[in-house]
Design a protein around this ligand. Structure first.
Ligand SMILES: NC(=O)c1ccc[n+]([C@@H]2O[C@H](COP(=O)([O-])OP(=O)(O)OC[C@H]3O[C@@H](n4cnc5c(N)ncnc54)[C@H](OP(=O)(O)O)[C@@H]3O)[C@@H](O)[C@H]2O)c1
Length: 350
């Protein structure tokens, strides 16, 4: 195996030395149902001078994966979504964003990582058995003691939860937080982050998931199938909606005077309300996008290692069953993360 001192010729030599020089990737060449997903054989990539080569051991199928594969951007965002992601077909044909795996090669100028490191992070086109990732991108060593599946279940939901609750809503100890969609991919981390910030959490999910949500830190749970959540007794300091089942107009009466209504699933209306309520004296709307960044990923790792966040995996599928995984995600009733286990096909020759 080669180390950070490897020069470019050595990198090429090492790549040739792998037992397998062809790998599988998952692609979508058009928008549509999960059946548009296909496997493709392609050469194993090489690491550039500042890249690490990661053998992907697990990836996750998130709601963002479903939206990008289906071309379904929700909330009146169809045009903007297509402009960003591809007008008639996905611009990025290799699917996937989160990955966890092992560093099998490092470029000549890599200083942050060594061969053999277990890493996790996010990058475009993560659904490939081997990926080349720039060392300065959203990648870091996995939290101590976690499996690949556990690590890969974190970035999507946990970075989002920290960004919206800690950075934007600035949740404080003693505040009352209502999480709509508390058992979902983002919700399981919203509940934990709100609790870690000292809030009293009420989680909205079906009765079947109430126990899970309580073990994550919710004091109360509400079954949306039997209770009208628009008439819950407030006041709440923060209402977070991950399902698009609330509106600021209907929920404003249950917000405290300095309350924040956070739309993680929101549309153009909520983006406009975020602007119009920003400088008022009453409750306000928080909306927008949480971009994944290295600082956010490092923060997630620190929280996990401090015992404040734990991974939640609803289902695991082998890579070959990616279509079934997408079907489950699209149904909008998964618990936490859905993980795809990759076979670890790239076995290096000593
Ligand atoms: N703005 C951003 O930066 C950002 C970042 C990440 C994600 N997102 C978006 O956030 C949304 C949530 O993602 P996710 O991965 O958390 O979704 P998810 O995993 O599909 O969430 C499902 C959750 O919603 C609950 N639910 C389903 N139907 C409901 C209803 N009618 N009323 C109330 N709750 C209901 C489910 O409960 P049961 O299963 O118990 O029924 C479950 O708790 C997605 O649209 C995603 O695109 C936005």
């Amino acid at each position: 195996m080669h180390t950070a001192s490897t020069d470019l010729d050595d990198v090429a030599w090492a790549a040739r030395a792998y037992a397998q020089d062809v790998m599988k990737a998952i692609v979508a060449d058009r928008y549509g149902s999960p059946d548009v997903l296909a496997f493709e054989d392609r050469p194993v990539p090489r690491a550039g001078r500042t890249d690490i080569l990661v053998e992907v051991m697990a990836t996750s199928v998130t709601t963002a994966e479903w939206r990008m594969r289906a071309g379904d951007f929700g909330g009146g965002m169809a045009l903007l979504g297509r402009l960003l992601m591809g007008i008639t077909k996905p611009r990025q044909r290799t699917t996937g964003r989160e990955f966890a795996g092992r560093v099998v090669e490092v470029g000549a100028d890599v200083t942050r990582f060594s061969v053999g490191d277990d890493v996790f992070g996010t990058t475009s086109g993560a659904n490939a058995e081997v990926i080349a990732v720039p060392q300065g991108s959203v990648v870091t060593t996995m939290p101590r003691g976690l499996s690949y599946a556990e690590a890969v279940s974190l970035p999507f939901g946990a970075i989002t939860a920290l960004s919206f609750l800690e950075d934007r809503a600035k949740v404080r100890a003693g505040e009352r937080v209502l999480v709509i969609g508390a058992s979902g991919g983002v919700g399981v981390y919203l509940v934990q982050v709100a609790r870690a910030l000292g809030a009293e959490v009420t989680g909205v999910c079906s009765g079947a998931n109430a126990e899970l949500v309580r073990t994550l830190g919710a004091t109360h749970t509400v079954d949306y199938r039997t209770v009208d959540i628009a008439s819950l007794p407030g006041p709440f300091d923060v209402v977070v909606d991950t399902v698009g089942k609330s509106s600021f107009r209907a929920f404003e009466p249950m917000l405290s005077p300095k309350g924040r209504h956070v739309f993680i699933e929101g549309g153009i209306r909520e983006l406009l309300q975020a602007v119009t309520t920003r400088f008022g004296s009453g409750p306000r709307v928080i909306s927008g996008v949480a971009l994944d960044d290295l600082a956010g990923l490092e923060r997630v790792r620190a929280r996990v290692e401090a015992g404040q966040l734990r991974p939640v995996i609803g289902r695991r599928f082998p890579m070959a069953e990616v279509i079934d995984a997408h079907r489950l995600v699209e149904a909008r009733h998964k618990q936490g993360a859905v993980v795809l286990d990759f076979p670890g096909a790239l076995s290096a020759v000593a």
